[in-house]
Design a protein around this ligand. Structure first.
Ligand SMILES: Nc1ncnc2c1ncn2[C@@H]1O[C@H](COP(=O)(O)OP(=O)(O)OP(=O)(O)O)[C@@H](O)[C@H]1O
Ligand SMILES: [Mg+2]
Length: 238
């Protein structure tokens, strides 16, 4: 069953139209990957779901409920976590302090326990719990950002370009972590990725967005194998 979906969605920014008739579906416990060229509207899709972009027509549904007009902060409370592109951590604060801040809406007594759970999920961060986030490597910092987004146990975690600008080995580490979150914690994840090939390899469902329209929807591995799309839009040459 779809936990999150858009139906006939047209959206953009003010009068600007970016997305056209988007039917997007996120299934529980799966990794849904959205790929496509720069400027295709991938970030706008996440912004529209969250309620940051302007919706011109169509619907956003969460757990079967129409949330098209629900503001972003309420969607966050309902269980949608959004880690924006270039989303960052407070570099002057320690790993632990960053996690604490991310848990600010939780009942106070739950925070320390939740921090421990996150540090169990990310053992590297446990080693660095007292270190200032600014001294972490690019990959570690992204792990911290994901950990922060997970503090409130979101039902859906939306990640925008989590691996961009990372060295190949770190790309692999971040994606492995995403897979682990799905497999061990049954976390539902939406991932917008520039590293299309690697992301589709670990994904369940794949979407290809080109110039604001959805060109492919289906099995992630099949998109990877698709003779036309793979070559035209994803730079995958066989
Ligand atoms: N806040 C904004 N206000 C106005 N236009 C915007 C805004 N954000 C994005 N756009 C425009 O919307 C279009 C789609 O942008 P979007 O950021 O969704 O693309 P993207 O697929 O995420 O690209 P990239 O791979 O570069 O991140 C672009 O033409 C962009 O210039
Ligand atoms: Mg983007």
């Amino acid at each position: 069953m779809a936990i999150l979906e858009t139906k006939g969605l047209y959206s953009g920014y003010g009068k600007l139209e970016v997305l056209f008739d988007i039917n997007f579906e996120v299934r529980e416990g799966e990794i849904t990957v959205v790929v496509g060229p720069n400027g295709a509207g991938k970030t706008t899709l996440l912004n529209s779901i969250m309620g940051i972009a302007t919706i011109h027509k169509g619907q956003v549904l969460f757990e079967g409920q129409d949330v098209t007009k629900v503001p972003a902060y309420k969607k966050a409370r309902m269980g949608i976590a959004y880690l924006p592109q270039l989303g960052n951590v407070a570099s002057g604060l320690s790993v632990e302090e960053n996690l604490k801040i991310a848990g600010y809406l939780l009942p106070r007594e739950e925070v320390p326990e939740r921090i421990e759970e996150i540090l169990d999920m990310f053992p590297r961060l446990r080693e660095f719990r007292k270190r200032k986030a600014g001294t972490l490597s690019g990959g570690e910092r992204r792990m911290l950002a994901i950990g922060m987004a997970l503090m409130r146990r979101p039902k859906v975690l939306m990640l925008d370009e989590m691996t961009t600008d990372l060295a190949p080995i770190l790309v692999k580490q971040v994606l492995n972590k995403v897979v682990e979150l799905r497999d061990e914690y049954h976390q539902t994840i939406v991932m917008v990725e520039q590293h299309a090939k690697r992301a589709l390899e670990v994904g369940d469902r794949g979407y290809l967005l080109v110039s604001g329209t959805m060109r492919y929807e289906g099995n992630a591995k099949e998109l990877l194998e698709h003779p036309q799309f793979a070559k035209l839009y994803l730079g995958i040459i066989k």
